[in-house]
Write a protein that binds this ligand. Structure first.
Ligand code: ZN
Length: 466
């Protein structure tokens, strides 16, 4: 047995903040003890980590990533090896990525493809959601088998007609089935049919620059999709989770549903909290760096999303990490914003940005930081209580966080496989001193000391209201 002591730190969970030493036995948390209890000669630890002046928090859980994903005529530039390595550097120890069912194929086929992409390559633990592009009686039946294998959430798209889009009947049927088998439906709630008309009209007028990406995807399209998803879920008697909520009017739909007691959940992403349509309007095609869907919104909306996080109307911040290089990928859309692959890098910078812009700036508490980055995604996606908190018996996935460490975000020093950073040159405060996965140190002061393949597949539990 490997015994590890993390001493001198302040333990932070979604609820509590207290001084304690943390004892690990192999891959689990074995004890939380008063500081200094094991400091004498009786201590016999294989590994001792000094956490004085630091916070000890559960490792980050990113519930929304797209690694090695074919999209828009290309493939997201991080695969399961490079993407999970970058996540580890940034203090994230579990992620849930999206496996895709191709039209006309069984869920099984899509799932096998994604298992093959990830197996043996990841630096951190990983699970899958299943994207359904074709809901029929055969695939609805198959949802039950997929749930038994630990894939307990399904995502569907109201956007991207002809590609990932499914109609309201398919959404409703999948929601009914999700209710029966204990699964959660994740919705990309943006009405893609009128959006496609606006895109064609903009291009016909010669409006080809990246900024037209947001002008052709107004927030009303997201508000309407959100409203409709909530109504369909209510009719089907199933919970629903809005991915990447970006807009104030969409948030109001979630607030109204939650006030009525519906099991409605929503996440937002750092890009909607820290970037805006002004970035999308940067000259000389630089705006292409900021093309993601839903699009970046007016700056004033950032404060609406922060309010939603404080009032618990938004429960989670995940990344929607879906990177594409400017050279050879984003530049496919040089002559038409509609051809710019949609997505931004973010898997590594989530905790940096939320600490610096959230906790350090007084927008959210320390405990709320842990909740939105780890505890809430663990509960909503069936990973709690093994993950998402610091408790005896829980997995020893931990971040020892130095709240004073200053560093500059730059493509040159970040580890995501992409040729730019949306936050280039921004100084932030706060970084991991140590990152532990299953009791083993994998990052030691910005140095990776783990191995590709340390991460295990996570069989997630069915949806509960825990
Ligand atoms: Zn996404």
């Amino acid at each position: 047995m490997t015994r590890t002591l993390i001493h001198g730190g302040t333990v932070v969970t979604a609820i509590d903040t207290y001084a304690a030493d943390v004892v690990l036995a192999d891959d689990k948390i074995a004890a939380l003890v008063a500081p200094g209890t094991f400091s004498g000669p009786e201590a016999s630890f294989d590994v001792t980590l000094d956490a004085r002046g630091n916070y000890v928090m559960p490792g980050g859980i990113d519930a929304h990533t797209h690694l090695d994903m074919p999209f828009g005529g290309t493939t997201s530039s991080d695969d399961f090896q490079t993407g999970t390595l970058a996540a580890a550097y940034g203090g994230t120890t579990s992620l849930v990525d999206f496996a895709i069912q191709a039209k006309g194929q069984a869920l099984r086929t899509g799932l096998d493809t994604w298992h093959a992409k990830a197996e043996g390559k990841t630096a951190i633990d990983y699970g899958f959601h299943m994207i359904m592009t074709d809901v029929n009686e055969s695939t609805a039946a198959e949802m039950g088998d997929v749930v038994k294998e630990g894939i307990t959430s399904f995502k569907m798209f109201m956007a991207y007609p002809g590609v990932l889009f499914v109609d309201d009947g398919q959404i409703f049927r999948a929601m009914q089935r999700a209710g029966e088998v204990g699964a959660l439906i994740c919705m990309h709630a943006e009405n893609g049919i009128p959006i496609d008309i606006l895109v064609q009209q903009a291009l016909a007028k010669g409006h080809t620059a990246p900024k037209y990406h947001s002008l052709t995807r107004p927030q009303i399209a997201e508000a309407e999709g959100t409203h409709r998803a909530i109504c369909l879920a209510e009719m089907a008697g199933a919970p629903v989770y809005m991915v990447h909520l970006s807009a104030e009017r969409a948030l109001m739909e979630v607030v109204e549903a939650r006030d009525r007691g519906l099991p409605t959940f929503a996440e937002t992403c750092p890009q909607y909290l820290f970037l805006s349509e002004e970035d999308l309007a940067r000259p000389d095609f630089e705006g292409a760096k900021f093309v993601c869907t839903p699009p970046l919104r007016p700056k004033a909306m950032q404060e609406d999303l922060w309010r939603g996080l404080r009032t618990h109307d938004l429960q989670v911040v995940s990344t929607d990490h879906c990177p594409f290089c400017m050279k050879g990928q984003k530049d496919l859309g040089k002559d038409s914003f509609a051809k710019i692959p949609n997505g931004m890098p973010g898997i590594e910078t989530r905790l940096y940005l939320l600490w610096d812009g959230g906790v350090a700036k007084g927008r959210i508490s320390l405990n709320r930081f842990v909740e939105i980055t780890s505890t809430a995604p663990a509960k909503i996606f069936g990973l709690y209580p093994h993950k998402g908190t610091i408790a005896i018996g829980a997995d020893a996935d931990l971040v020892v966080w130095d709240p004073k460490k200053k560093h500059v975000l730059s493509q040159k020093t970040l580890h995501m496989r992409v040729d730019y950073s949306p936050y280039e040159g921004q100084e932030v405060t706060g970084a991991p001193a140590y990152v532990l996965l299953g009791g083993k140190v994998i990052v030691d002061h910005f140095k990776y000391v783990g191995n590709a393949g340390d991460g295990r597949f996570l069989k997630r539990a069915t949806f509960g209201l825990g």
